[in-house]
Design a protein around this ligand. Structure first.
Ligand code: SAH
Length: 204
């Protein structure tokens, strides 16, 4: 899988490649999908949510330009796979997830593989996590028409935010670089399809 991600150009940076080599995606998918874990496809993880395709995790990780001193806010922890990759590349990851069951599963998996610089928090990520702000980087794994204002506010000057921006079925993977208070430089990268950002857990 890693070889393919490199050949196809999704993975470029040696540090990022090493992180992908060290995290087994098979540890982050439900047991019945283990055989499919190394195929470049999203997979169901329960609660109607999905673990993103490895190439998407690769693109987003590369665009985030993770540095060893960074404190990162992640919205939509899902399986915890992206959090595990980031944990090897940055100082601290605060990952917010709306679904309690997914939080429990992701926390257990991360503990099992020894990621101790990831904090998974139950809640609505559209409000960010003011308590530990500001963040060097922010990564959103769910789609929104607009990047929530709280996430923009809680980003440091010079910081990078990545989000799928658009409607419920198709979005454009977008980078915002904070150039000053309330000033952002926007770059659009590619089409993508993420599950939507919701305000409350499923069925409530
Ligand atoms: N990077 C994750 C992607 C998970 S899919 C992975 O590879 O496993 C996106 C996740 O966002 C889902 O688990 C969904 O429950 C969560 N989500 C949706 N709306 C949210 C919100 N407002 N706050 C936090 N998480 C949210």
């Amino acid at each position: 899988m890693i070889r393919q991600l490199k050949e196809e150009g999704w993975l470029r940076t040696p540090r990022v490649i090493r992180a992908f080599e060290r995290v087994d995606r098979g540890d982050f998918v439900p047991r019945r999908y283990r055989d499919a874990a190394y195929v470049d496809e999203p997979l169901p993880i329960g609660e109607g949510q999905t673990i993103s395709a490895p190439s998407m995790v690769a693109v987003m990780t590369e665009l985030l330009e993770p540095g060893p001193g960074d404190r990162v806010l992640e919205i939509g922890a899902g399986s915890g796979y992206q959090s595990a990759i980031l944990s090897l590349l940055v100082k601290k990851v605060y990952a917010i997830e709306l679904e309690t069951l997914l939080v429990a599963q992701a926390s257990e998996r991360l503990k099992k593989v020894g990621c101790n610089n990831v904090e998974i928090i139950v809640g609505d990520g559209s409000k960010g996590h003011a308590e530990k702000a500001p963040y060097d980087k922010t990564i959103m794994a769910c789609a929104a028409e607009e990047v929530p204002a709280a996430l923009k506010e809680q980003l440091k000057a010079g910081g990078i935010l990545i989000a799928p921006v658009g409607g419920p079925f198709m979005q454009i993977l977008t980078t915002l670089k904070k150039t000053g208070k309330n000033r952002f430089e926007e770059k659009q990268h590619m089409r993508c399809s993420f599950v939507p950002l919701r305000r409350s857990p499923r069925g409530r």
